[in-house]
Design a protein around this ligand. Structure first.
Ligand SMILES: [Zn+2]
Length: 256
């Protein structure tokens, strides 16, 4: 790190758990953030300000006036622009050192697979089950840690699926697809503005911890927040041996 970096990141370097080595790991890391909305906004803000060196921000949507109540990456004068590009502009203003790639297409199939393969960590900040399951399948395939968040009305949840570990559950172990899940979204149900900030910031915290290699991650636990009562609940989640997505993978990763 040069002198300016030592200053910019000094409050992280001061933390014994992070220090210069941990900060260096962040600078060299690459994170994929899928979704530049309510959850992706605070997540991307903190990854960029904290110096995660390479960010890929993917969102095919454009900024709408109804987003601005909570999607803090975006500004009033950017209504109509791609969220990924608006987000990139905001992040560059906070920390021009971070390389941000803005993807304005819906990340699916081969493109999703390639981005997950290239990432050190993946943050699911999307709002629909089809994309969530596609991201999970790619993370299982490439054994990448997945940080997943969701928020609707006053209810939020955060989970980590550290798929580098053979004993870790995947998203599908917890939320099987194929069931008749009612797709709920903020457009019809509403969402409490600071809730997405809390959940997205928690996703950023878990991602930074995993990238720096510090602390105990949420892997194997699901945190649920009732923001109306301001109560957190935690449930343990285990791997489903019969899971069709991750069931076939070995308990121990191949030696490399
Ligand atoms: Zn699974």
């Amino acid at each position: 790190m040069n002198d300016e970096q030592l200053l910019r990141y000094s409050r992280h370097v001061l933390l014994d758990e992070i220090g210069i080595e941990g900060q260096q790991r962040l600078l060299e890391a690459r994170a994929l953030i899928v979704g530049a909305g309510g959850l992706g906004s605070p997540a991307a803000f903190y990854l960029a300000s904290a110096g995660v060196g390479n960010l890929v921000l993917a969102d095919d949507d454009t900024v709408d006036l109804t987003n601005l109540q909570r999607q803090i990456l975006h500004t009033t004068d950017r209504v109509g622009r791609y969220k990924a590009e608006s987000g990139k502009q905001t992040l560059a203003a906070i920390n021009p050192e971070v390389a941000v790639q803005a993807l304005t297409q819906r990340l699916m199939d081969e493109a999703l697979d390639a981005q997950v393969a290239a990432a050190d960590i993946v943050l699911d900040c999307t709002d629909n089950f089809a994309t969530r399951h596609a991201i999970n399948r790619a993370c299982v395939r490439h054994r990448k840690p997945l940080v997943s968040g969701a928020a609707i009305r006053f209810d939020g949840q955060v989970g980590v699926f550290d798929l580098r570990r053979g004993d870790a559950p995947c998203y599908h172990c917890l939320f099987p697809d194929g069931e008749d899940v009612d797709e709920v979204n903020c457009a019809t149900m509403g969402v409490f503005a600071p809730l997405v900030g809390i959940v997205g910031s928690t996703e950023a915290a878990e991602a930074i911890k995993l990238l720096a290699g510090i602390g105990t991650s949420l892997s194997g636990r699901l945190l649920m927040l009732d923001a109306l009562a301001m109560k957190w609940h935690e449930v343990r989640v285990g791997r489903d041996a019969g899971c069709p997505v991750c069931g076939g993978r070995p308990a121990h990763p191949p030696a490399s």
